[in-house]
Design a protein around this ligand. Structure first.
Ligand code: SDX
Length: 398
């Protein structure tokens, strides 16, 4: 017997599954808050290291606390040697997000705290992952280009050291500051798909590395973190397009998505996009690459006008729309845009894993286990078919 009920996958939209003290989004007003602080303030005045401490601990560190945190992070930058051997055995054309997801369980195997499920042990695992993900990404990029990985430079900031290990050039202060700011902006975003994947996995009492590997997998999707690389592919395709408005109309008419536009929560412009839009203008000028800044703003204006004309006034640029030209103008390879998203979001993921595991008693059970409406068939081999209708009647009668 075929069930007639059909439940569209609502994507858990508007469903609250737990409390969190880590971040908050006001989708109507375009506001993002990390542990009580507006993202604009942190982007302007904080650093990624300080923001990571804030997300993990729930308060801004004293100078001494931040020094201790940063010193430990610098010590953690060294990768275990066997990781380089493993990276060298990978197919050189592997997708960097697949490489990154594959590296996480390999790193877990050498974490001395892996099976100690205390808050302090998880904090130390978070510090290793925040230091190791950029190191693995940079090492992989050099190995796939036939070069040796570079040792970390403990005199450089977290962002500057990543650019050094990636490119072999010590970045100037402006570039390092721009990347650090991007890492602050991408660090957390409440229960987005990859963060919820991490929380779901660790709700089974799996360790942090298992959760983060799931988060990286979720982030790689084109509707989530994978969008930034696709925004840049779109801009490169449109470099010589003479009729942008016509292209936008045809693209939407064909049911295609304008990458970097729209959001499951924001009904106005993503505050991170507003910040990155300004950064793209400054970078365009300092790099003499204004054309990418102009093209992205032309596309923003034309696409926004088209969405309004179609009554979709809530579809605005999201974080990926302007991070793409920013990373491109920084000289970062396009297929590393999403790994950079992960290098930042690891601060949020690890904070959510710690909250999921150790937050004071919540009225939610530990394990996430949603329901599903069965709309399949009922069959029987010997004619004894389960009939939900009579089964319910028998249940009511009993
Ligand atoms: C991130 O959740 C987070 O917080 C994520 C993130 C984070 O920091 O973790 O903010 C990072 O993932 C940002 C989003 C990056 N993805 C993209 O830029 C891909 C393009 N955007 C879309 O695919 C879309 O906007 C989503 C997936 C992001 C959100 O879409 P929703 O809320 O699930 O809405 P929907 O897909 O059901 O679309 C509703 C309507 C549809 O039209 P109809 O079928 O009703 O006619 O809006 C249309 C969609 O076609 N629409 C778009 C569009 N986004 C929505 N049409 C064209 N281009 C788009 N970008």
């Amino acid at each position: 017997m075929k069930q007639t009920v059909s439940v569209k996958n609502i994507g858990l939209r508007g469903v609250t599954v737990a409390d969190t003290k880590i971040s908050f989004i006001d989708g109507e007003k375009g506001i993002l808050i990390y542990r009580g602080y507006r993202i604009e303030e942190l982007a302007e005045r904080s650093t990624f290291m300080e923001t990571a401490f804030l997300l993990l601990n729930g308060y801004l560190p004293s100078t001494k606390e931040l020094d201790n945190f940063e010193n430990q992070m610098r010590k953690n930058r060294e990768l275990p040697d066997y990781i380089y051997d493993c990276l060298r055995r990978l197919p050189m054309d592997a997708d960097p997000m697949d490489m990154l997801q594959g590296a996480v369980p390999l790193l877990a195997m050498v974490d001395p705290d892996l099976h100690e499920d205390s808050r302090d042990a998880n904090f130390r695992m978070a510090q290793r992952l925040i230091a190791w993900l950029p190191a693995v990404t940079a090492a992989w990029h050099r190995i796939r280009n036939g070069r040796d990985p570079l040792p970390p430079d403990t005199t450089l900031s977290h962002a500057a050291n990543f650019l050094w290990q990636l490119t072999g050039t010590k970045p100037d202060a402006e570039m390092a500051r721009y990347l650090d700011c991007c890492l602050v902006l991408h660090a957390d975003h409440t229960f987005n798909a990859s963060t919820f994947a991490c929380r779901e996995v660790c709700s089974t009492r799996a360790h942090m590395y298992a959760a983060v590997a799931a988060g990286i997998g979720a982030l790689s999707g084109s509707l989530h973190g994978g969008a930034n690389a696709r925004v840049m592919a779109m801009l490169l395709d449109l470099e010589s397009e003479k009729d942008l408005a016509g292209w936008v109309k045809d693209h939407i008419d064909r049911g295609e998505r304008i990458m970097g536009f729209g959001h499951a929560v924001y009904k106005t412009m993503d505050p991170r996009a507003a910040y990155l839009k300004d950064m793209a203008t400054k970078l365009g000028k300092s790099k003499g690459m204004e054309k990418w800044d102009r093209l992205s703003k032309d596309l923003e204006r034309i696409a926004t006008t088209e969405f309004v004309a179609r009554g979709k006034t809530e579809i605005k640029p999201n974080v990926d729309f302007f991070s793409a030209p920013v990373y491109f103008m920084m000289g970062i390879p396009r297929d590393l845009f999403t790994p950079i998203f992960a290098i930042s979001r690891i601060a949020g993921w690890s904070s959510h894993v710690i909250e999921e595991k150790f937050a004071e008693a919540q009225d939610k059970p530990m394990l996430y286990r949603p329901q599903a409406e069965y709309v399949g068939n009922y069959c029987g081999l010997m004619g004894c078919v389960y009939d939900p209708l009579t089964a319910r009647q028998e249940q009511e009668l009993s």
